[in-house]
Design a protein around this ligand. Structure first.
Ligand SMILES: Nc1nc2c(ncn2[C@@H]2O[C@H](COP(=O)(O)OP(=O)(O)OP(=O)(O)O)[C@@H](O)[C@H]2O)c(=O)[nH]1
Ligand SMILES: [Mg+2]
Ligand SMILES: [Zn+2]
Length: 298
C-alpha cells in the first residue's frame, strides 16, 4: 500500500516526506533513480508515493510529474543542471537595504531565473528598518511598471508584512537571495512556532555567513508553502546566451529593432535605440545597468 506525500527536505540519500501530517524518513527505490536521466531524481517539492517500512521510515516508490523546476548548474558539470526545487509557482527575489548592502543587479538575475523556470516573480526588499536607500523609489517604480509586485518590508519590525503575507497565501514560493538578507528571519515571522536558525552578519565583510545549509519546505497556515534556501549565488542562468539577455528585459522590446546595427548588443554601439531610451528616461537606468552587468557576466 502506498501513501501520497510531498518532499520537504533532503539529507544526502535520505528524504523527509510529509505524508498525512507526519514526517517520514525515506530512501529512494532504485527504479525511481533510473526512471529519469535528470541529475536530481528527487527534489524538495516533489509529489511522491511512498511505502512504509515502519511508523516513520519508508521508501519513495514514485515521483509525480514536475509542473515547474528551478535549476542551477550542477556542481559536477556546468552543462548539467540540478533541480533546486520542484512544483514552485512563485519566486521571491529577496535583497536587503543594508547588511548585506543592496544589490539590485541580483534582483534582475533572479527574475531571469524565474522566467526560465516558469515561475511568477515578486521582489522583496527587507530590513527597511535600517534606512531607505536613494534607489528605492526607482526600484518601486521600475518593477511596478513591469507588473512585478515589490514588497518593502522589515522582518524585524513587521513593517509591510501584511501585504507580503497575502501574496504568499495559497502560493508555492521559493525564497532566493544572498546569505544574510533575512530569508529565514522572514519565515520565522511568518511561522512563529518555527524558530529557524538565523545568522549573524560578518562585521568585517557585511555579508551573511551561510546559516541555512539545506533547501527546506514549510507549509503555511492558510495554504501554500514557502521553500527556504541557503544563500544562492549562482542561481543558474542555465544556458542563457549573451544575445538572449535583452529578451528578458521586456521594456527593451519596442526599441530592439531601431538600433543602427543589426545584432546591436546595446553596450557600446553608436545610435543604439536602447541607450537612447535610457537617456530619455523611457527605460529605468538601474535596469539598463543590470542588463550590462548580466551581459558581461555571461
Ligand atoms: N535590522 C534587521 N535585521 C534583520 C532583518 N531580517 C533579518 N535580519 C538579521 O539579518 C541576519 C541574517 O538573517 P538570516 O535570516 O539568517 O538570513 P538568511 O537570508 O536566512 O541567510 P542564509 O541562511 O545564510 O542564506 C540576522 O542577524 C537577522 O536577525 C530585518 O528586517 N531588519
Ligand atoms: Mg537562512
Ligand atoms: Zn542597441
Amino acid at each position: 500500500m502506498t501513501h501520497k506525500g510531498i518532499v520537504v527536505r533532503g539529507h544526502g540519500k535520505t528524504f523527509i516526506v510529509r505524508s498525512e501530517g507526519k514526517d517520514i524518513s525515506c530512501e529512494v527505490r532504485g527504479k525511481v533513480k533510473h526512471a529519469t536521466s535528470a541529475t536530481t531524481p528527487v527534489a524538495v517539492g516533489d509529489d511522491v508515493l511512498i511505502s512504509l517500512n515502519s511508523e516513520n521510515t519508508g521508501m519513495i516508490e514514485e515521483v509525480g510529474e514536475r509542473r515547474t523546476m528551478l535549476f542551477r548548474p550542477a556542481k559536477s558539470s556546468e552543462r548539467k543542471r540540478q533541480v533546486i526545487a520542484a512544483n514552485i509557482d512563485q519566486l521571491a527575489a529577496i535583497v536587503s537595504v543594508k547588511s548585506p548592502r543592496l544589490k539590485p543587479g541580483l534582483i534582475d538575475r533572479f527574475l531571469i531565473a524565474a522566467e526560465l523556470g516558469n515561475l511568477e516573480p515578486v521582489v522583496v526588499v527587507n530590513k527597511i528598518d535600517l534606512g531607505r536607500p536613494d534607489l528605492l523609489p526607482e526600484l518601486e517604480q521600475g518593477y511596478t511598471n513591469l507588473n512585478i509586485p515589490i514588497f518593502i518590508i522589515s522582518a524585524l519590525t513587521g513593517e509591510g508584512f501584511k501585504q507580503f503575507e497575502e501574496a504568499l497565501d495559497n502560493h508555492r514560493t521559493i525564497f532566493a537571495g544572498h546569505s544574510g538578507v533575512g530569508k529565514s528571519t522572514i519565515l520565522n515571522r511568518l511561522l512563529p512556532d518555527l524558530d529557524l536558525r538565523v545568522g549573524e552578519i560578518s562585521s568585517s565583510t557585511g555579508k551573511g555567513i551561510h546559516t541555512t545549509s539545506r533547501v527546506q519546505l514549510f507549509e503555511l497556515k492558510r495554504g501554500g508553502f514557502v521553500v527556504d534556501t541557503p544563500g544562492l549565488k549562482v542561481l543558474g542562468l542555465w544556458k542563457v546566451a549573451k544575445d538572449e539577455v535583452a529578451g528578458y528585459f521586456p521594456e527593451f522590446g519596442s526599441y530592439l529593432g531601431d538600433c543602427r546595427f543589426t545584432g546591436c548588443s546595446h553596450t557600446h554601439e553608436p545610435d543604439c535605440a536602447v541607450k537612447k531610451a535610457v537617456e530619455n528616461g523611457h527605460i529605468a537606468e538601474f535596469r539598463y545597468l543590470n542588463y550590462l552587468t548580466i551581459y558581461n557576466s555571461l
